[in-house]
Design a protein around this ligand. Structure first.
Ligand code: 13P
Length: 253
């Protein structure tokens, strides 16, 4: 059975001006100057930087992704960006269903599902995010919430090539707090079982499952070492090339 290909992806969120392109050059230099990591590397910048960042990353091992897409291909949706536009700008993937989109823009599982379909139609990999709030965790509902989000957000036709799942507990994002390794293991085991039950052992067993939420160089080795964790979705620590590379270190010898 094919093993998941680990991915360390940086989500810059609403951060990054022209000057941030220097971080890509720095990251490219770090990746080129050290042992090749046993993971794919991606940066998801704000849409304004996408094409310039794709140019800057050209010839390096850094892939570029979007942070969100509209579910339609084109039309009267002021301010929105389609998956096809992201692809056209140089993206190979797009994050859908990030908890900040779910919370700030009221995105439902159905919306996330439709965005993932749009991503696939445009030839992009969908990075589908799930994760419980602190009150859901306190109520003992974590597994149930995550399983429900997976069931509702992942379309039929998912494969290890067109999808990555990211588990991001909402309360761990940007807080410096993380679940214990045992807690991460329990959620990732449940996600793996749900994917295998729905898509079969081969597909379900080979989809990469990322952990996200306060991943830093100092905790990456432990978190990336948890069973069924196949990489990280990194916010704050992806903004500086040296920090991000310190996380990628978890996948070097
Ligand atoms: P932080 O790494 O800043 O906690 O953000 C995680 C995240 O939301 C990545 O998508």
């Amino acid at each position: 059975m094919a093993k998941p290909t680990p991915l360390v992806a940086g989500n810059w969120k609403m951060n990054g001006l022209n000057t941030a392109l220097a971080e890509i050059e720095a990251l490219s230099g770090l990746l080129g100057g050290k042992d090749t990591p046993a993971c794919d590397v991606m940066i998801c910048p704000p849409a304004t930087l996408l094409s310039r960042l794709a140019d800057a990353a050209d010839g390096s091992s850094i892939a570029v992704g979007g942070q969100d897409c509209h579910q339609n291909v084109s039309g009267a949706h002021t301010g929105d960006i389609s998956a096809q536009m992201l692809k056209d700008a140089g993206a190979s993937a797009v994050i859908v269903g990030h908890s900040e989109r779910r919370a700030d823009h009221g995105e439902s599982d159905k919306t996330v599902h439709d965005k993932a379909v749009a991503a696939w139609d445009a030839g992009l990999k969908a990075i589908i995010c799930v994760g419980e709030t602190e009150s859901q965790r306190d109520a003992g509902e974590t597994i149930q919430v995550v399983e429900g989000q997976l069931a509702g957000s992942i379309p039929e036709g998912a494969t290890a090539d067109n999808m990555v799942v990211a588990y991001e507990p909402v309360w761990a994002i940007g807080t410096g707090r993380t679940p214990t390794a045992d807690d991460v293991a329990a959620v990732h085991a449940a996600m793996r079982a749900a994917l295998e039950a729905r898509f079969g052992a081969e597909t379900g067993g080979s989809v990469a499952l990322l952990y996200g939420g306060s991943v830093k160089p100092g905790n990456a080795v432990e978190l990336m070492g948890v069973a069924n964790v196949n990489g990280a979705l990194v916010g704050g620590a992806s903004l500086k090339a040296a920090d991000f590379d310190g996380i990628i270190d978890a996948y070097r010898g």
